[in-house]
Write a protein that binds this ligand. Structure first.
Ligand SMILES: [Zn+2]
Length: 154
């Protein structure tokens, strides 16, 4: 099996660390034997006490792509295997502001600063909802929209 390295030039999202996502759950326990498994039983098999529902909170540590996959957002956003906190887009910016070329071709970049600014504006607008959601889960300063080169395995 061979592995190819692909390169993307443009906007991407970088997340730092993991998001702690709290999920509220309910478990069924015997008040006298909170650590025993009771399954679907109505009464505790050990002491016969009525099984009660107990609310608890589970904390999950999620990467940026896990957070995105857990929500029903743009599936154009993706991460390469092993790079779960670098989020790229499968969508290309509008024709007048993109660098993307077909394989085997080249493109001359005549005004990189201008194109960079326009691409960042496009990206921030196109994925505003997702960026806001990620900032909400990771913390404002842990989500950066960057512009640059990403090398990934494909
Ligand atoms: Zn019991």
């Amino acid at each position: 099996m061979s592995v190819n390295v692909s390169v993307q030039i443009g906007p991407y999202i970088e997340a730092i660390g993991k998001a702690e996502v709290k999920i509220e759950k309910v478990k069924r326990i015997c008040p006298n034997h909170p650590n025993s498994k009771v399954g679907e039983a109505k009464f505790c098999p050990t002491c016969g006490t009525l099984i009660k529902n107990k609310d608890y909170v589970e904390t999950h540590k999620l990467s940026a792509i896990d957070v995105l996959n857990g929500e029903t957002y743009h599936d154009e956003l993706w991460a390469s295997e092993g790079m779960e906190n670098i989020i790229m887009s499968n969508e290309t910016p509008p024709d007048d502001i993109n660098f993307y070329v077909e394989y085997g071709n080249s493109v001359e970049i005549t005004n990189p600063e201008d194109t960079k600014t326009k691409q960042l504006t496009w990206f921030n607008k196109a994925y505003q909802k997702e960026i806001t959601m990620l900032k909400d889960k990771f913390g404002d300063d842990k989500i950066k929209v960057k512009w640059g080169v990403v090398a990934y395995w494909s």
